[in-house]
Design a protein around this ligand. Structure first.
Ligand SMILES: [Fe+2]
Ligand SMILES: [Fe+2]
Length: 119
């Protein structure tokens, strides 16, 4: 299961999740070179900001605890990226860990954005 396998119900967010999955899947299947990994991770980091802006654009307040979780994930991803750059983490293992982190995140946080849609 991937990030976009669980739908939030807000098209722009679901599309962004789908694009992230595509990049991660291409990497996992050796269809993009190893040196693209930092760009993929940076693209993912940008997504958190995009997600917050999409909600703001809908005139809604982004949940504070979700924002804190985004900050925590950005720190975690940057730390892992540094470990990968040092050669102490295999790229595919990194991507697999990212996949698990995102699946947990969409289930615990992102889906709630859609549930509040009516408010
Ligand atoms: Fe998201
Ligand atoms: Fe999120």
């Amino acid at each position: 299961m991937w990030y976009s396998s669980i739908k939030v119900g807000i098209v722009e967010i679901d599309m962004d999740h789908y694009n992230i999955d595509t990049m991660l899947q291409l990497y996992s299947s050796d269809r993009v070179p190893e040196f693209y990994l930092p760009q993929i991770i940076n693209g993912l980091i940008k997504h958190f900001d995009t997600e917050e802006k999409i909600i703001a654009g809908m005139g809604r307040e982004f949940p504070a605890e979700h924002k804190i979780e985004h900050s925590r994930l950005i720190q975690l991803l940057n730390d892992k990226l540094a470990i990968w750059k040092d050669g102490d983490l295999v790229g595919k293992d990194f991507v697999e860990q990212v996949r698990e982190i995102l699946l947990l995140h969409v289930t615990e946080y992102d889906v709630l954005l859609g549930n509040n849609n009516e408010q």
